[in-house]
Design a protein around this ligand. Structure first.
Ligand code: ATP
Ligand code: MG
Ligand code: FE
Length: 339
C-alpha cells in the first residue's frame, strides 16, 4: 500500500502520501517562518510545540486528499534524526503511534538520507537516478559532498570545516541588514549587483579534496559592511558574495567527481540548491564531466515529507524496518546508516 512520510526535524512540519512506485498522491508543508521570524532564527522549543500542534492535522489532510485510510497504508516513515530533538521526538512518536494503532511497519528515516535519495524519485529523472552518484548537500545545517553508492551506502568525500553554506548565506544576509532567512533575500538583492565591485576571498578554491570553509568569507563580508552607503553598494556586495560561493562550490564539486568512480549524475539537495547562480555553476561542472545535473524542484530541495516517504519506500522494498523503541538521534551521520 501507499506510504505516509512525516517530517519535523527543523522548522518545517510536513506530511506526504506516496504510492509504492513513488507517485506523489498528496503532500503538505507548513513552514514555521511566522513563529520564528521575531527571533531571527529557529527557536527549538517553539518549533517542537508547533510541530505537535500541526502534525496531526497535516497528516489527516494528506490522507484525505490521497483518498487513503491509515489502515490501508503499507508503512509509516518518520524522520528520526538528525535535527532538533524536540521535533524529532514529536515526529517519531507520532509515526510510531500510528504504526502501532494500525499494525503497520515503521521506518525511522534519516533526514539526510531523505535528501540523498530524492533524486531517485521516478518522476524526477526517467526511472530515477541510478547508483552511484555524487550528492552535494547544501542546506542551512549541512554542507557535504557524498558518494551515494547504494541504499544506506554513503561515503562522505568532504564537508565544511566551519559554517554550512546556507548558514553563510544567512549570516552574511543578516550583516547586510536583510530579513531572515537570508538566502532568498540575498539572491534577490544580488540580481541588481556588480559581482566584481568588491573583492572577496575564495576559501578553499584550488585546494585538493572537497572540504568547504565559509567563516573567512563571512568575516570579509563583515569588514566590507562599513564601506556600504547606497542600495547599489549592498547589491554589489551581495552579488560578490554569491559569485564567490558559486565558484567555490563548483571547484569543490569538480574535485569530488574526481574522487568517485563511475558517477552517473551530479545531484544537488538542500535549500541552497534553490539558488540560480549556484545551479548554473554546478551545471557547468557536471557538463564538463559529461554528466547530468539533477536539481529537484525547489519544494523538494528544501525540507519536505515527500523525500521521507520515498526513503521509507526504498527501505521497505529492501525489507528494512525499525522497531517501535527506535530512539530519535539529534546527531546521526549518514556514514553510520545501516542497510
Ligand atoms: P538541514 O536540512 O541541514 O537540517 P535546513 O532546514 O536549514 O537544514 P533547508 O531547509 O534545506 O535546510 O535550507 C534552508 C537554507 O537554504 C537556509 O540557510 C536558506 O537561507 C538557504 N536558501 C534557501 N533559498 C536560498 C536561495 N535562493 N539562495 C541561497 N540560499 C538559500
Ligand atoms: Mg528548514
Ligand atoms: Fe533538510
Amino acid at each position: 500500500g501507499p506510504v505516509l512520510g512525516l517530517e519535523a526535524s527543523c522548522d518545517e512540519t510536513a506530511a506526504a502520501v506516496l504510492a509504492p512506485d513513488g507517485t506523489v498522491l498528496a503532500e503538505a508543508v507548513r513552514s514555521q517562518l511566522a513563529e520564528h521570524t521575531p527571533f531571527g532564527g529557529v527557536v527549538p522549543e517553539i518549533a517542537a510545540r508547533a510541530h505537535l500542534a500541526h502534525l496531526p492535522a497535516l497528516t489527516a489532510d494528506v490522507l484525505a486528499r490521497a483518498g487513503v485510510k491509515a489502515a490501508d497504508l503499507g508503512g509509516i516513515a518518520a524522520t528520526s534524526g538528525p535535527g532538533l530533538i524536540g521535533g524529532l521526538i514529536v515526529c517519531a512518536t507520532f509515526g510510531k503511534g500510528m504504526a502501532l494503532a494500525h499494525d503497520l511497519p515503521f521506518v525511522a528515516v534519516n533526514h539526510l538520507e531523505g535528501h540523498a535519495l530524492t533524486a531517485r524519485l521516478p518522476g524526477l529523472v526517467e526511472g530515477g537516478a541510478k547508483f552511484p552518484y555524487l550528492l552535494l548537500l547544501l542546506s542551512g545545517g549541512h554542507c557535504q559532498c557524498v558518494a551515494v553508492e547504494g541504499l544506506g551506502q554513503y561515503r562522505r568525500l568532504g564537508s565544511t570545516l566551519d559554517d554550512a553554506v546556507g548558514e553563510a548565506f544567512d549570516k552574511s544576509a543578516k550583516l547586510m541588514g536583510l530579513p531572515w532567512p537570508g538566502g532568498p533575500a540575498l539572491e534577490k538583492l544580488a540580481q541588481t549587483g556588480d559581482p566584481k565591485r568588491f573583492p572577496l576571498p575564495r576559501p578553499m578554491l584550488g585546494r585538493p579534496g572537497c572540504d568547504f570553509s565559509f567563516s573567512g568569507l563571512k568575516t570579509a563580508v563583515a569588514q566590507t559592511i562599513p564601506k556600504l552607503q547606497t542600495e547599489q553598494d549592498r547589491a554589489d556586495l551581495a552579488a560578490a558574495f554569491q559569485r564567490v560561493v558559486a565558484a567555490v562550490l563548483a571547484d569543490r564539486a569538480k574535485n569530488a567527481l574526481g574522487m568517485m568512480d563511475g558517477a552517473t549524475a551530479m545531484v544537488v539537495a538542500g535549500g541552497v540548491a534553490a539558488n540560480q547562480a549556484v545551479r548554473t555553476a554546478l551545471a557547468g561542472v557536471a557538463e564538463k564531466h559529461g554528466l547530468p545535473l539533477v536539481a529537484p524542484p525547489i519544494r523538494l530541495c528544501t525540507d519536505n515529507a515527500v523525500m521521507i516517504a520515498w526513503a521509507g519506500i526504498e527501505r521497505l522494498r529492501a525489507g528494512l524496518t525499525d522497531p517501535l523503541d527506535h530512539a530519535p538521534r539529534p546527531r546521526w551521520p549518514l556514514a553510520e546508516l545501516a542497510a
